[in-house]
Design a protein around this ligand. Structure first.
Ligand code: 5RP
Length: 213
């Protein structure tokens, strides 16, 4: 998977932002996989929601209290990884196909903290942009979207088809708006900078620094 030291450093620093009594959203991916043991080791009295079955399984095995998200109206903090982070704080997420649940959890949280290895910091966001699509009308949705490739592998936990958009990015807000408006697109992996309060980037020496927030 690579960049383990950097991912661990970012994850461990973010785990210190969690306080007793918080309702915490847990992201998905290899960076979050380092967050969960760091969080469990603090033995805090917290309630968590998970953005994927894999995170839920790992969190439960570490003794974290994971609840169904239907039970909680809002979260204090959500912590998640990203595939790309631009200088303003726009993200591309969904490398693991979990971006729909990840965006719902991030939107529910008062504070959204992103943890990445420093190689994820990019000057400019480039394709692919992950998509989750409804299988109903799939061929028509694909035709309307243009340059999209279906991703091999299972559907999302919510039955969505995971795909990647490879078109030309002329503007992030314009593209996000276009994908939001496309019937058949359940969710896309562009997260606007306004959603992202803090970005913590880890380096290969085991250090971590806030690059946003
Ligand atoms: C999953 C995600 C992940 O957070 C993103 O792909 C980063 O993963 P990793 O921490 O393994 O590099 O969006 O849908």
């Amino acid at each position: 998977m690579g960049h383990e030291r950097a991912k661990r450093a970012a994850a461990e620093q973010a785990s210190l932002l969690v306080e007793d009594g918080m309702r915490v959203g847990l992201g998905t991916g290899t960076t979050v996989a380092f967050l969960l043991p760091a969080l469990a080791a603090r033995s805090l009295d917290i309630v968590c929601v998970a953005t994927s079955p894999a995170t839920e399984k790992q969190a439960r095995s570490l003794g974290l209290d994971v609840r169904a998200f239907a039970e909680l109206e809002r979260l204090d903090l959500a912590i998640d990884g990203a595939d790309q982070v631009d200088p303003a704080g726009w993200l591309v997420k969904g490398g693991g196909g979990a971006h729909t649940r990840e965006k719902i959890v991030a939107a529910a949280a008062e504070h959204f903290v992103v943890i990445v290895s420093a190689d994820k910091l990019v000057g400019e966001i480039t394709p692919p942009v992950p998509l989750e699509l409804l299988s109903f009308g799939l061929a028509s949705t694909l035709r309307q979207l243009g340059e999209v490739r279906l991703r091999p592998g299972p559907p999302s936990p919510d039955g969505g088809v995971i795909a990647d958009w490879y078109g030309e990015i002329r503007g992030l807000a314009e593209l996000a708006g276009r994908l939001d408006a496309q019937p058949g697109v359940v969710e896309h992996g562009l997260f606007p900078a306004e959603m992202v309060e803090t970005v913590i980037a880890g380096d290969e020496e085991g250090g971590a620094r806030k690059v946003k927030g």
